[in-house]
Write a protein that binds this ligand. Structure first.
Ligand code: ADP
Ligand code: MG
Length: 408
């Protein structure tokens, strides 16, 4: 670990000189080593120790920090080409809030580490004595709705006074909620004008959120917008390695590589697969060999995944699974079926043939046709897009719960 004074130095060294420095060091010490450039400046070191020395300062910082997930820190975040800029900018704003990138907007598909980065900002900022507040858009909505009912909107809004960093997660959630958006817009303006740093995440880019009001969109577009892409092979491998070390499971390199190769989805799926496999191995006493992994993986990635989508779509449209995969052709059922096709294709990367098999033995041509149709429908209909987002979210939840259950 090499300490450097700012995120940009870290970014620059990593990009331009990483392999040269690594090679040179390897030649000097005679073995290959990994180096990471981590930001730490003198001021902050002094700030930290000053805090530790204060009797009450220490505890109050702790109390604030406790609101953030202890696992989601900058240190535990694996950096790769897919997320380098988002990481560097997040680090920069945690250290110098409201300086350069305000507001800061991160978007990327689900499970790629957006929430993780927001919490990391929160940890770092509060540990240097700043007041940071994290809130997800759905909690914001619930609290706002309650405040309206109880006629306490003013009070609700006041809780955001005098904070220095607002971390607002999953803004797409309020895209179709007009009043909530209005309230957020006002809070946003007040905070922005009093030089508060605002960091926002979303599953979609501002321009893709057709239902978000234009005035809010243009505010968001004033600052830095970065995306997180799905991780490439190298990053997936590093993440798996880090997670397996964290959980103290010894898994051979070969196996890790196979896993990396087979699970191309988001980081949450990678984590889920690792948890599932380790649990299976523990329960059955089987060793995690290439063969067992292969067998187990085929289970989670394809069939189970498709079944989960079908169940979620059926639930959402209030249909039974039989109706969904059956021959009914009324509008609702047909739309539900196309939605299932869309999700299996997009989320699970399934072939049209495999989807057809799962959906009542339909031909791959029928599935391809349905897919094309729903893609156009989504383009033309923001409400439908919103509904599909909702199903995707429920799938995500289920996956996490499933992974957790298999751990117990
Ligand atoms: P998002 O908010 O984008 O849907 P999360 O931040 O909830 O995704 O990430 C999902 C899981 O994957 C979390 O457990 C998180 O710690 C982990 N994760 C995501 N990206 C990374 C990364 N680059 N390094 C380490 N863990 C990651
Ligand atoms: Mg999230």
């Amino acid at each position: 670990m090499v300490w450097v004074p700012s995120a940009f130095v870290a970014e620059w060294l990593t990009r331009r000189l990483h392999s040269l420095i690594r090679k040179t060091l390897a030649e000097i010490i005679g073995r290959d080593i990994d180096i990471q450039f981590t930001v730490h400046n003198q001021d902050q070191l002094q700030g930290d120790s000053a805090h530790a020395n204060q009797t009450d300062g220490g505890t109050s910082t702790k109390a604030k920090a406790a609101r953030f997930n202890p696992k989601y820190t900058f240190d535990s975040f694996i950096v790769g080409n897919c997320n380098r800029l988002a990481y560097a900018a997040a680090l920069e704003i945690a250290e110098n809030p409201a300086h350069t990138y305000n507001p800061f907007f991160i978007y990327g598909s689900t499970g790629q580490g957006k929430t993780h980065l927001l919490h990391a900002i929160g940890h770092k900022a509060t540990s240097s004595g700043l007041q940071a507040t994290y809130i997800s858009a759905d909690r914001f909505t619930n609290e706002f709705v309650l405040a309206v009912k109880q006629k306490r909107v003013e009070e609700f809004r006041n809780q955001f006074n005098s904070i220095q960093i607002l971390l607002f997660d999953d803004i797409h959630f309020i895209a179709n909620r007009k009043q909530t958006q209005q309230c957020f817009f006002h809070i946003f303006n007040e905070l922005y004008n009093s030089n508060c740093q605002i960091a926002v995440t979303s599953d979609y880019s501002p321009e893709d959120m057709t239902l978000l009001s234009n005035r809010l969109k243009s505010r968001l577009e004033c600052g830095l917008i970065t995306s997180i892409e799905p991780p490439d092979f190298e990053t997936r491998l590093s993440i798996l390695r880090a997670k397996s070390e964290e959980t103290k499971t010894s898994i051979s390199n070969e196996v890790l590589q196979l896993l990396t190769d087979r699970i191309k989805g988001n980081v949450r799926q990678l984590e889920g697969a690792l948890i599932y496999l380790t649990a299976q191995a523990k329960l059955t006493g089987e060793e995690l060999t290439l063969q067992t992994i292969d067998r187990l993986l085929t289970g989670i990635t394809s069939k189970q995944g498709r079944k989960m989508v079908i169940q979620a779509v059926a639930d959402y449209f209030n249909l039974s699974i039989e109706e969904l995969v059956g021959r009914r052709r009324d509008r609702k059922t047909a739309l539900a079926r196309r939605t299932a096709i869309y999700l299996m294709r997009g989320e699970r990367n399934c072939s049209f043939a495999a989807i057809g098999k799962e959906l009542g033995n339909r031909s791959h041509i029928a599935i391809a046709y349905g897919h094309k149709k729903i893609v156009n429908e989504i383009d033309a209909n923001p409400k439908l897009k919103e509904q599909i987002m909702e199903i995707r979210r429920s799938l995500d939840l289920e996956e996490t719960q499933k992974a957790e259950r298999s751990l117990m």
